[in-house]
Design a protein. Structure first.
Ligand SMILES: Nc1nc2c(ncn2[C@@H]2O[C@H](COP(=O)(O)OP(=O)(O)O)[C@@H](O)[C@H]2O)c(=O)[nH]1
Ligand SMILES: [Mg+2]
Length: 407
């Protein structure tokens, strides 16, 4: 009886031990394998040996590589990367959207000019089945009426005549394209970019006859710079009218820029000198000087402006970094004469063409660039603070020569 009991106890003990070891073995054979890896393993088992080989090579290659330092969580990396890619794509999309909106505003702003002489030119070429020399007479008239200027008109018509003579103009599209290309060439005046961070303070002198939009342009420019986090000081150099100082102060508040002023009738040069001095002492990034613009034909005014320029250089060796001449696009041919006068007096190195939104005479810009070789830096397409565009030839020509509306 006792033997049977002992045997039963031994048998139970053996059974328990076998069951225990069997369970332990099973556990070690299937470690913490993730379910997906188990799934991956199945086809590999079924796959022929040759197909399995590259996988082995890959893992050998992986083993050769230094331990994954930056990406220890190997499985998380692709996720992070795709998040990065998505963020990048969203940023790109936003950028493209902003650019399209900007272009749209430029197209709108240039609509009157485009609807004027560009539309006429478009129609000229559109109506013709064949291009004949008679067309050139009409082109000449259209360009002259649009204030493109005599010399520039000659250049453009001459180019078309040559192409016609050589039978290079197959159709109206080719002719329109040729004209557009030449206008682009004329507008592409070679000049270094304006980099206001290249010196501190960077100084801009703004000149032009009365009412062209100097003060407004200064306000828009100041906004542009303060939006970039730059510290801006405006010098109220138009001391001849109290209203001019008030107007600049309003823009200063809008743009979050300080205004340095003096009482009515005081010396404009000393105001500008003080502004630059103050800017140097307080670490200001950009100084923009407003100037008077009445009756540019009066010698004293031109002398006054020349003096402002000289005094700016006294206040800061590299000043003025930019002398921007503001021109009102609605004045047409008159703008060409203004360029000649200011260029001689203060060595203008950049142009701002304002009020393009309200004129069909925007073509004057082509003549100005052709005759004077001064780069256009900004264009004004409205009165609001963000209605100043950096002049980009490509965009400008594209907006100007937009064909659909010109038909
Ligand atoms: N439509 C339009 N008006 C402008 C533009 N720039 C300036 N103006 C307006 O032109 C007028 C004269 O501008 P102002 O800055 O006082 O000229 P300033 O005498 O040269 O300083 C103001 O009524 C401005 O609002 C522009 O780009 N488009
Ligand atoms: Mg003014």
């Amino acid at each position: 009886m006792s033997t049977t009991v002992v045997l039963v106890i031994v048998a139970v003990a053996v059974a328990v031990a076998v069951a225990f070891f069997a369970r332990r073995r099973k556990k070690t054979e299937e470690p913490t394998v993730a379910p997906e890896r188990k799934e991956e393993a199945q086809p590999a088992e079924k796959a022929p040996a040759s197909a399995a080989a590259p996988a082995q090579e890959v893992s050998k290659e992986a083993a050769k590589e230094p331990p994954a330092k930056e990406e220890p969580k190997g499985e998380a990396a692709p996720g992070v990367r795709s998040e990065d890619a998505a963020e990048k794509a969203a940023a790109e999309e936003l950028k493209a959207e902003r650019r399209e909106r900007k272009l749209q505003r430029l197209r709108q702003g240039l609509a009157p000019t485009r609807g004027g002489f560009i539309a006429k030119i478009g129609a000229l070429f559109q109506e013709k089945k064949e291009l004949d020399p008679g067309l050139l007479g009409q082109l000449e008239e259209t360009l002259l009426t649009a204030d493109v200027g005599a010399r520039t008109t000659d250049r453009l018509v001459g180019l078309m005549r040559g192409a016609l003579d050589r039978h290079e103009l197959g159709d109206s599209d080719a002719a329109f394209g040729l004209l557009r290309g030449e206008v682009k060439k004329i507008l592409s005046v070679d000049a270094p970019e304006i980099n206001v961070k290249s010196d501190r303070p960077y100084t801009i002198m703004v000149v032009g006859v009365n009412g062209v939009g100097k003060t407004t342009t200064i306000g828009k420019l100041a906004t542009k710079f303060t939006d970039q986090g730059l510290k801006v000081v405006l010098a109220a150099g138009d001391t001849f009218r109290a209203a001019a100082v008030n107007q600049l102060e309003i823009w200063g508040r809008r743009a979050n820029a300080e205004v340095v002023k003096a009482k009515e009738g005081s010396d404009p040069s000393s105001v500008v000198f003080d502004a630059i001095k103050q800017a140097k002492e307080t670490g200001v990034d950009v100084v923009i000087a407003d100037t008077a613009g009445r009756l540019h034909t009066k010698v004293p005014l031109m002398e006054e402006i020349k003096k402002v320029r000289r005094v700016m250089t006294k206040a800061h060796e590299a000043a003025p970094h930019q002398v921007l001449l503001v021109l009102d696009a609605t004045t047409g041919q008159n703008a060409l004469q203004q360029v000649a006068m200011f260029k001689e007096a203060v060595d203008v190195n950049g142009l701002v063409l304002t009020k393009l939104d309200g004129t069909a005479k925007g073509g004057v810009i082509i003549g100005i660039c052709h005759e004077h070789g001064i780069p256009v830096r900004y264009v004004g397409i409205g009165e609001a603070k963000d209605d100043l565009r950096e002049f980009e030839v490509e965009d400008f020509v594209e907006a100007l020569f937009l064909r659909e509306e010109a038909k």
